[in-house]
Design a protein around this ligand. Structure first.
Ligand SMILES: C[S@@+](CC[C@H](N)C(=O)[O-])C[C@H]1O[C@@H](n2cnc3c(N)ncnc32)[C@H](O)[C@@H]1O
Length: 469
């Protein structure tokens, strides 16, 4: 779910006097970039440099396409970008604008050319641009006018990976009843159109397709199919509570659509002031250093849920070298979605009691009074801090054991205590258990956000330079 990764007010201060460098490993989509730029206080007038990394070429092709549109387009463009981001059916206006922009991007001669056409805002290596162009060509030539194959593939995916997409029948049962009609309609038709709603759709959205879910670069020439992961869906990508504060409506497409357009408009304003620049890096994040200028240091490093794939100490070692240790607010953010599964189900001794508490609580939430008082989960009521601490300590212990084995050192190893975690990389973990996080909630209240499909097992950790706070 999107968050402002700077939160300047609680970190460096809203009129901080220096430029800020931000690195996103496994960036996925533009949501955190957009919300961070949209949340910049007016009093902050310095520059932001984003380095956006992903290993999937289709992901970056989409991201650069949207940035290019937002840089070049007029005020109408935010509606079209929102539609392209989330809607399967496209209006004629949006499809034609997409085709024109893809042609323009394909025509770009070199990385230098892209840079100059975007007022120096987008920087990318020549060979990476070439790969992105391959995707833009495929999207431009996909047969999508008057078709329904993308929608059919999406329905098939949702059926196959029901629990992953979280759009099983339970989903409708757990969201406030007044949203049920619009949620059901969107699940059936994927229509998130923001333009020309009165007329039938003109084409399907080719930018929602990619090869093999974007994970196997070797199959770039293979078949393109619907390739959006569940967290790329509109209601999962943005916080329901924040959205509701901006625009409340029984229709979720109206509610989220207007909120996203507002965020994109604010992002567009920062782009038009040349306040932000982007470096786009297509590679496995473990090799990121090879693509950065030496001595580049970052004030924020976001790592998505990479710690579910790369053992946490290895990820922290990589990031700590890139962190700006002279800024005491510099932060590495790591997220885990799967820890509970990896660790073995934590002891949830009083499950039925927790469920009863959850049910009673949910019934009291505004919006749930008229029906569907069904909690999505009981996790948010369980205090599993002890399990989670042990999980983190075990990760560091495993890392140290592995290092020992490599050096054939046989001295006894102690499992590190929580306070010491990260110390060997000159990092300190903000005490998430005592609400010390300053950028993103350590643990989100799930049942207030059932529309955004928060489960309650997500955990966010903030690592800062040691001895600087
Ligand atoms: C880590 S995935 C998370 C997706 C989803 N939250 C989940 O759990 O399946 C987010 C993004 O990271 C990218 N990614 C995955 N492994 C990567 C790696 N080793 N280096 C860079 N990006 C990576 C993916 O292409 C995707 O766009």
């Amino acid at each position: 779910m999107a968050f402002d990764c700077l939160n300047l007010v609680e970190n460096e201060g809203e009129d901080y006097g220096s430029a800020l460098n931000l690195l996103f490993l496994g960036v996925g989509d533009l949501r955190n970039v957009a919300l961070t730029c949209a949340s910049l206080p007016d009093s902050y007038t310095n520059k932001l440099l984003f380095t956006l990394n992903d290993t999937a070429v289709c992901v970056l092709a989409r991201l650069v396409l949207f940035l290019y549109m937002l840089i070049k387009g007029n005020s109408e463009v935010v509606k079209m970008v929102t539609e392209l981001w989330y809607s399967i059916p496209l209006s004629e206006q949006t499809y034609k604008y997409l085709a024109k922009t893809l042609e323009e991007l394909i025509d770009i001669r070199s990385a230098e050319d892209l840079k100059s056409r975007t007022s120096e805002l987008i920087n990318i290596a020549e060979d990476h641009l070439k790969k992105l162009k391959g995707v833009w060509k495929r999207w431009l030539h996909l047969r999508v006018k008057g078709t329904d194959w993308i929608l059919r593939q999406r329905i098939e995916n949702m059926r196959k990976y029901e629990s992953k997409y979280k759009f099983d029948p339970e989903y409708i049962q757990t969201i406030p009843k007044r949203h049920a009609i619009s949620a059901r309609k969107w699940i059936e038709d994927g229509d998130f159109r923001r333009t020309d709603l009165e007329v039938p759709a003109f084409a399907e959205n080719p930018t929602l397709t990619g090869y093999d879910h974007g994970y196997h670069p070797s199959s770039v020439d293979g078949l393109y199919s619907y390739a959006v992961q569940w967290d790329g869906l509109p209601f999962c990508g943005w916080d329901y509570l924040q959205t509701k504060r901006f625009k409340d409506s029984s229709c979720l497409v109206t509610m989220f659509g207007e909120y996203i357009e507002h965020i994109l408009q604010r992002l567009k304003n920062t782009l038009s002031k040349n306040q932000v620049k982007f470096q786009v890096v297509l590679c496995d994040c473990v090799h990121i250093k090879n693509h950065l200028e030496t001595n580049t240091h970052y004030d924020r490093i976001l790592t998505s849920n990479m710690m579910d794939y790369i053992i946490l100490p290895v990820l922290l070692e990589l990031c700590s070298h890139l962190l700006n240790h002279s800024n005491s607010c510099a932060t590495i953010i790591t997220e885990t979605l799967t820890w509970a599964g990896d660790f073995g189900q934590p002891i949830r001794s009083s499950k039925s009691k927790m469920i009863r508490i959850a049910e009673a609580d949910v019934r009291r939430y505004p919006g749930f009074e008229n029906g569907h008082p069904k909690p999505a989960g009981f996790q948010e009521y369980v205090d599993d801090s002890w399990d989670f601490c042990n999980y983190l300590r075990a990760l560091f212990n495993a890392y140290q054991l592995k290092k020992r084995m490599a050096t054939q050192d046989s001295t006894r190893l102690k499992v590190p205590i929580t306070k010491e975690l990260g110390k060997e990389f000159k990092l300190r973990l903000r005490d998430c258990f005592r609400n010390e996080n300053k950028i993103v909630f350590f643990k989100m209240s799930a049942n207030r956000r059932t529309v955004s499909s928060v489960e309650g097992d997500e955990r966010f950790l903030e690592w800062i330079p040691l001895d600087k706070e």
